[in-house]
Design a protein around this ligand. Structure first.
Ligand SMILES: Nc1ncnc2c1ncn2[C@@H]1O[C@H](COP(=O)(O)OP(=O)(O)OP(=O)(O)O)[C@@H](O)[C@H]1O
Length: 245
């Protein structure tokens, strides 16, 4: 770790803290993800999935793994933007401005661009029978030139018949993970990642999180929110935005 200087904290999640660090000799920037706990299942899964996907153009690259202050730490390429930041704050979108288009927060060309790259990464993972299980706009990172880097594989694993159902951040969780009463189901496939991708595409098109508790609603199960949103009068995606006038 002496080789690197911690510059700032760039993220904090359930499993660890992520620092921006600088190599003392080359000045090159990296992200250092230091896990909160010892060598847990999630640590091993994340490392083995990232190792299996090493070299994939749309998956974050891992460069090294060592101990930092007694905890396991992983050195990753530093990727400055999150898809969430771009959708909701427009970070990094300058090069995707389309003159003459109806004003919207996210140009359609960018939606097509990120969807294709995330789908490419998922297709490669699914071919290896790896399911990501936590695909959200916070875990889809983008470089300065807006290349997608899928990150956070802490919940990723080899797909099998029965798996833990308590996965994926609620708003992006596929309906097959729970039933109408909100009870969890153990049987699902890699298809849950495709649902999460679809929800992210809808979020980018609409500029807001699609499946969420509304202030005027009483507490509802996510299953109900999904059913009511998809069954509502208002079309979720405006087809005129896709096809143009
Ligand atoms: N390679 C990276 N470059 C820059 N920022 C990163 C990188 N990896 C992660 N981050 C930032 O840190 C945040 C948390 O990282 P990550 O999702 O890997 O941690 P986690 O503890 O597994 O989180 P979660 O609670 O979502 O499971 C990300 O949302 C992102 O903002």
């Amino acid at each position: 770790m002496e080789k690197y200087l911690k510059v700032s904290v760039v993220g904090q999640g359930t499993y660890g803290i992520v620092y921006k660090v600088k190599c003392r000799s080359t000045g090159k920037e990296f992200a250092l993800k230091r896990y909160n706990y010892g060598v847990e299942d999630s640590t091993v899964r994340e490392l083995s999935c990232l190792a299996a996907l090493k070299g994939h153009p749309y998956v974050v690259s891992v460069h090294d793994c060592f101990f930092d202050e007694g905890k396991v730490a992983m050195l990753l390429s530093y990727v400055p933007y999150t898809l969430s930041g771009i959708i909701h704050k427009g970070h990094g979108l300058k090069s995707y401005h389309e003159p003459g288009r109806v004003e919207r927060s996210i140009p359609l060309s960018f939606v097509a661009h990120f969807s294709r790259q995330v789908a490419h990464a998922l297709s490669c993972m699914h071919e290896m029978n790896i399911v990501h299980r936590d695909l959200t706009p916070f875990n889809v990172l983008l470089t300065e030139d807006l290349t997608v880097k899928v990150a956070d594989m802490g919940l990723s694993r080899q797909c099998s018949k029965w798996m833990s159902p308590t996965v994926v951040t609620e708003a992006y969780r596929a309906p097959e993970l729970f039933d109408e009463c909100g009870k969890y189901r153990l049987e699902y496939t890699c298809a849950i990642d495709m649902w999460s991708l679809g929800v992210m595409i809808a979020e980018a098109m609409e500029g807001e999180v699609i499946f969420r508790q509304r202030l005027d609603h009483r507490e509802k199960s996510m299953y109900r929110i999904i059913a009511e949103t998809l069954g509502s009068q208002r079309p979720l995606l405006r087809i005129d935005c896709i096809l143009g006038p």
